[in-house]
Each structure stands twice: as structure tokens, then as C-alpha cells.
Design a protein around this ligand. Structure first.
Ligand SMILES: [Zn+2]
Ligand SMILES: [Zn+2]
Length: 261
């Protein structure tokens, strides 16, 4: 009786130790595989983001070609105190369809925004697209006045593969400039500048190519915002055409929130 009971207790199965070893091996394999999967997902999102911003840059170049070589304005006045953005203008005129092409697919610190229904410098934005793409506000910052022939010839930009055309942002504005205020704003806006691609942001350049860059690398040692000129708003001064000096902004790095360094 005792013997039979003993045999019954020894089924041909895993011991507890064997089971624990198997579980340990499985969890080891999972822990090895998950980061690789996560890295692959991040990489896929970066590729998609680059593709989206590159297509937007291509649309900007198509617009420029259709407008006697003039780059788009960031905002266009519709009445004395209303405006639309270049993004709205692009959708209205079929340079790009509205939709995901305007956004970054990386998990957001905040959702992409639109300027629509907000007031900037006394002007109400009546048309915009939900987007992560901002024009380089150092190149294209002006509000176009009614009936004004603003001069923004793309040909002035000589270092086209070096000069930023579009940057990604989580803020609502259709253009983006680096100012002391913006740099020291920390991350209250969920990121004025991109840092959600493994610490880098996505940028498209005037020649149409796109890459990810750390924010500090866009300012120093060879500035990618100012078209070879120092920090000035009037980049399209005819006197300056053809000038290709380089300069850097090491002072920016001191103001940057740690996430950008
Ligand atoms: Zn992105
Ligand atoms: Zn500069």
C-alpha cells in the first residue's frame, strides 16, 4: 500500500527545479528579445518620420518651382487680422493631402498640434493642418502682407544640403526659430524641437534630403539655421547673396534643456 502510493507520487514529469530552470531560460530569452524588438520599432518610426518630412520638403520645392523660385511664407494674410498657414495653403492647392504625412509617428510627448483658431500677434489663424512640420523660421518667418510681393528666392540659399528647411516640433506654430526664450522654456511645450528619435529630431534640408540630428549639432560648430549668415532676420537682403561664410552658436548649448545635450 505504502509502496504503491510512493510510485504514484513519482510521475514521469518535470521536477520543480527543472520547471524553474525552464522558466528562467524563457525569461532570459524574452529579456534579450524585447529590447531588440523595441529598437526595431523605434527605427521603423524614424524611417517613416524621415519619409514623411522628406515628402513635405519635396512639396515645398514643387511650390517654389511653381512660384518663380520663391519659397513659401510661413503665414499668409487673408484679412487685416486673419491669416492661414503655409500648411493650409499646401493642402488647399494640392501640394500635399491632409493626413499622416504631416506628422511624426513616434510616440508623442504631446499630440501634434495646429495653429488654427489661435491668435498670434493680433492675427487669428483661420486655416491650418494638424502637423509636426515647421518651416525654418530663421529663413521664412515673415507674415506676408496683402498684395505684397515678398522676396524669398530659394536660389539665395547656396548651401542647400546644409541649411534646414523643415524641422519637427510638438508645438503648433508653422515655423520654428531658436531664441533664448524657446531654449530656456524647458519641455513645457512637449518639445519645441525634436528629441524623440533616440535623443534626436528629424530635419529636412533645402536640397530635399532628410536626416536626424541632435539639436546642439544644428547650431554648433557650423550653424544649419542661418544660411551662412549670423543670427539675423533679413536673410534675403540682396547685398548678401552669394555670401557663404560659416558660423556656430556654442552659446545656445548652455541654454538647452538637458534632453538636447
Ligand atoms: Zn519624428
Ligand atoms: Zn546661425
Amino acid at each position: 500500500m505504502n509502496k504503491a502510493h510512493h510510485l504514484k507520487q513519482r510521475p514521469n514529469a518535470f521536477t520543480l527545479i527543472e520547471l524553474l530552470v525552464v522558466i528562467a531560460i524563457i525569461s532570459l530569452l524574452v529579456s534579450l528579445t524585447l529590447p531588440a524588438l523595441s529598437a526595431a520599432r523605434q527605427q521603423a518610426r524614424t524611417v517613416k518620420c524621415l519619409s514623411n518630412i522628406r515628402q513635405t520638403a519635396t512639396a515645398v520645392n514643387a511650390f517654389t518651382a511653381d512660384h518663380k523660385g520663391e519659397l513659401p511664407e510661413n503665414r499668409i494674410k487673408t484679412t487685416a487680422n486673419q491669416h492661414v498657414t503655409w500648411r493650409h495653403n499646401f493642402v488647399e492647392n494640392n501640394y500635399l493631402p491632409e493626413g499622416e504625412i504631416w506628422t511624426c509617428p513616434a510616440p508623442p510627448p504631446t499630440e501634434p498640434l495646429s495653429e488654427q483658431d489661435t491668435v498670434d500677434q493680433g492675427s487669428l489663424c483661420v486655416g491650418d493642418v494638424v502637423s509636426n512640420w515647421a518651416l525654418n523660421g530663421h529663413l521664412l518667418w515673415r507674415i506676408k502682407l496683402e498684395d505684397e510681393e515678398a522676396e524669398r528666392p530659394a536660389i539665395v540659399i547656396r548651401r542647400t544640403s546644409h541649411t534646414i528647411l523643415l524641422s519637427e516640433t510638438r508645438d503648433r506654430y508653422p515655423d520654428l526659430r531658436i531664441t533664448d526664450n524657446i531654449l530656456s522654456a524647458r519641455d513645457e511645450h512637449g518639445g519645441w524641437f525634436g528629441f524623440w528619435h533616440q535623443g534626436k529630431g528629424t530635419y529636412a534640408f533645402v536640397d530635399g534630403h532628410a536626416e536626424t540630428l541632435g539639436l546642439k549639432d544644428t547650431g554648433d560648430p557650423d550653424c544649419r539655421w542661418h544660411n551662412g549668415r549670423d543670427n539675423t532676420q533679413d536673410l534675403f537682403d540682396p547685398q548678401e547673396r552669394g555670401e557663404v561664410p560659416s558660423h556656430g552658436h556654442p552659446e545656445w548649448v548652455f541654454l538647452m534643456p538637458p534632453i538636447y545635450r
